[in-house]
Design a binder for this molecule. Structure first.
Ligand SMILES: Nc1ncnc2c1ncn2[C@@H]1O[C@H](COP(=O)(O)OP(=O)(O)OP(=O)(O)O)[C@@H](O)[C@H]1O
Length: 291
């Protein structure tokens, strides 16, 4: 399967500080990818590198087998809705659609007008007078009607109320199903990602902590709880741990089943998995005494 995004040792430094470092990723096509991580983890930096708005300090990145922003063909293949869902405040919605048609060789005008109609928006309405949610919907419409092979969205639902968020993500999933595009979506709202995404990338402290197919990640991560213990078998990769005087709880990554009768083994959801990776620093597979 072809990759929509391939990064090898990718890094971006601003002055002395690395915004992203040692990022190696291979994201397959046809996925809706959730990109999560705490504030300042490097998500926007990675997305800006993918669309060629900034250049890497280290390593390489290829998107749909081309260098980011390397020419008109590459630009036509990738759609980007930036974090602040930028629109031109003095232009009307209709003007935005005309601009989209003029600037994008694969522009789908019927799709754009149909989306605006379904959203109940008026073509004559100035973008500057739209609510945050309506502006996000306009930006998504422009992104989808461009008919990109890859649509990149940086926190597009942050300004939306829960119902609008659901409608936005529903619209996104319909567009993916109808037009077979890949999507990379950054968000802090893991419950939204759980409904929408089938591939997950967790960035923490400017590094990729985990990346992979959501079902596979959920099948290979387990919560172990039991009487307090300081060590686990060597083949179990500890993602996070917490202890009381009497009890230990671990989130571990393990390809095979866990048969140790000393532990109660439970499944974890996507939110717990993301939190487990976000709450700890990387550690060795074998747990050592932490009393
Ligand atoms: N233009 C810049 N100049 C200097 N530092 C920057 C610049 N852009 C980003 N950074 C720094 O790089 C780090 C990563 O920033 P980035 O915006 O990629 O994080 P993020 O994961 O998108 O955060 P958030 O969830 O808050 O949007 C942060 O420490 C940020 O301060």
């Amino acid at each position: 399967m072809n990759a929509v995004l391939q990064a090898e040792g990718l890094g971006k430094r601003y002055g002395k500080r690395w915004a992203l470092t040692g990022c190696t990723l291979d994201i397959p096509e046809g996925r809706i990818v959730g990109l999560v991580g705490p504030n300042g983890a490097g998500k926007t930096t990675l997305l800006n590198l993918a669309v060629g708005q900034i250049r890497p300090t280290a390593g390489s990145i290829r998107v749909l087998d081309g260098a980011p922003a390397s020419g008109p063909e590459q630009l036509a293949k990738v759609g980007y809705v930036a974090q602040d869902t930028p629109t031109y405040s003095s232009l009307s919605i209709g003007d935005h659609l005309k601009l989209g048609a003029r600037l994008n060789p694969r522009w789908d005008d019927a799709l754009a007008h149909e989306r605006i109609r379904r959203l109940g928006l008026d073509l004559g309405h100035k973008a500057g007078k739209l609510s945050g949610g309506q502006r996000a919907q306009l930006a998504l419409t422009l992104g989808i009607a461009k008919r990109p092979e890859l649509l990149i969205l940086d926190e597009p639902v942050a300004a939306l109320d829960p119902l609008a968020r659901r409608e936005f993500l529903q619209g996104l999933m319909e567009a993916v199903a109808e037009h077979s595009m890949s999507v990379v979506l950054s968000s802090h709202l893991v419950s939204d990602l759980e409904r929408t995404c089938d591939y997950l990338v967790v960035l923490v402290d400017s590094r990729v902590r985990v990346a992979g197919d959501v079902d596979e990640l959920l099948a290979t991560h387990h919560r172990l709880s039991g009487p307090r213990r300081d060590t686990l078998p060597e083949d179990q990769h500890v993602v996070s741990e917490s202890h009381t005087d009497r009890q230990s709880t671990f989130v571990v990554r393990s390809d095979g089943p866990i048969h140790d009768p000393a532990w109660t083994v439970g499944q974890i959801g996507l939110e717990d998995l993301v939190l487990a990776y976000m709450s700890t620093t990387p550690r060795r597979p074998t747990l050592e005494a932490i009393r």
